[in-house]
Design a protein around this ligand. Structure first.
Ligand code: NDP
Ligand code: MG
Ligand code: MG
Length: 332
């Protein structure tokens, strides 16, 4: 089994007296910055003028231009959107990094696919919480944490690992467990997971189930509750106790249906598709497509996004969620 590290295994003193620049104040940025500050570290935000800058200032941070924040800092955590990192790095980060400082990421994409080539005289590491930023903050406030991966790409000072581990304590990851990885493994598993299982796989499964029921004439409201709303309750059981716990809680009828029908939905053919997806992540094909899509100002991304937002499951879902005040929509 991989070695899992917890707060008791890690010395966070190596970051005491150091300044950490969190670049970007979005989903991950606000969570890292607030958690690190609550853990006793000295944090400054590097951001452009706009909403995120205002939010950082409202939260009590000093918000500087990116180049200024980098110049002042010993650790520079880049939490910009992946597709913008290379440009901001070239314009505002690269020439302002102090020798012996650390350049850090929460996802290995840009370094692994060589969109950012760090100078030789800095440490380069990643600390990637395995969860959405808003939960990285919420769980921290609740006294818990989201597990994190850490990886070292370049160890100029000889301290890169200690600094990365101290950072993972600061962000709350070490409360749940921290595992060593490489930039390659983090990047490839993260991209595969979000495409095949967590985001792409799950949304395609939900939509296919909803469409099958409504095309057969069942009420959209019933199909929504069955295929989307209830999934959260099932996932909570999986999260708490694995497949066994979920199957313990559902009826034996549901469990029998799980055994005989699940493998007909996700079958050898699906797995062959998953292998293709993994291959395209590994050989850079996916990264190339995403980088080019951004260079073309996202024509395909925007078209698909607009169409997806009009899907009948979204329309009925909006209406039903408005009637459930306990279901909080963070976008509202
Ligand atoms: P977001 O899109 O939520 O936030 C990006 C931030 O960058 C915003 O504050 C934005 O500010 C700022 N920004 C954008 N352009 C610039 C610029 N030119 N100069 C300065 N600031 C800028 O990003 P995420 O938090 O989703 O992603 C950050 C990183 O974390 C990525 O590497 C991602 O892969 C990784 N990650 C994300 C996870 C998540 O939960 N979302 C999970 C694990 C890893 P503005 O408001 O001005 O646009
Ligand atoms: Mg990801
Ligand atoms: Mg049922």
């Amino acid at each position: 089994m991989s070695k899992v590290l917890y707060e008791k295994d890690i010395n966070k003193e190596v970051l005491q007296g150091k300044k950490i620049a969190v670049i970007g104040y979005g989903s991950q940025g606000h969570a890292h910055a607030l958690n690190l500050r609550d853990s006793g570290f000295d944090v400054v935000i590097g951001i452009r003028p706009g909403n995120s800058q205002k939010k950082a200032e409202e939260d009590g941070f000093t918000a500087l231009a990116v180049d200024e924040a980098v110049k002042q800092s010993d650790v520079v955590m880049v939490l910009l959107p992946d597709e913008l990192q290379a440009r901001v790095y070239t314009e505002s980060i690269k020439d302002n990094l102090k020798e012996g400082s650390a350049l850090a990421f929460a996802h290995g994409f840009n370094v692994h696919y060589h969109q950012i080539v760090p100078p030789a005289n800095v440490d380069v590491f990643l600390v990637a919480p395995k969860g959405p930023g808003h939960l990285v903050r919420r769980t921290f406030e609740e006294g818990a944490g989201v597990p994190a991966l850490y990886g070292i790409y370049q160890d100029y000072t000889g301290n890169a690992k200690d600094v990365a581990l101290a950072y993972s304590v600061g962000v709350g990851g070490a409360r749940a467990g921290v595992i060593e990885t490489t930039f390659q493994e983090e990047t490839e598993t993260d991209l595969f997971g979000e495409q095949a299982v967590l985001c792409g796989g799950a949304t395609a499964l939900i939509k296919a189930g909803f469409e099958t029921l409504t095309e057969a004439g069942y009420q959209p409201e019933v199909a929504y509750f069955e295929c989307l709303h209830e999934l959260k309750l099932i996932v909570d059981l999986l999260y708490e106790g694995g497949l066994e716990n979920m199957r313990y809680s559902i009826s034996d009828t549901a469990q029998w249906g799980d055994f005989v029908s699940g493998p007909r939905v996700i079958n050898d053919e699906t797995k062959a598709r998953m292998k293709e997806i993994l291959e395209e992540v590994q050989n850079g094909e996916f990264a190339k497509g995403w980088i080019l899509e951004n260079q073309a100002n996202r024509p395909k991304f925007n078209a698909i996004n607009a169409r997806e937002n009009q899907h009948p499951i979204e329309k009925v879902g909006r209406e039903l969620r408005d009637l459930m005040p306990f279901v909080k929509n963070p976008l509202k």
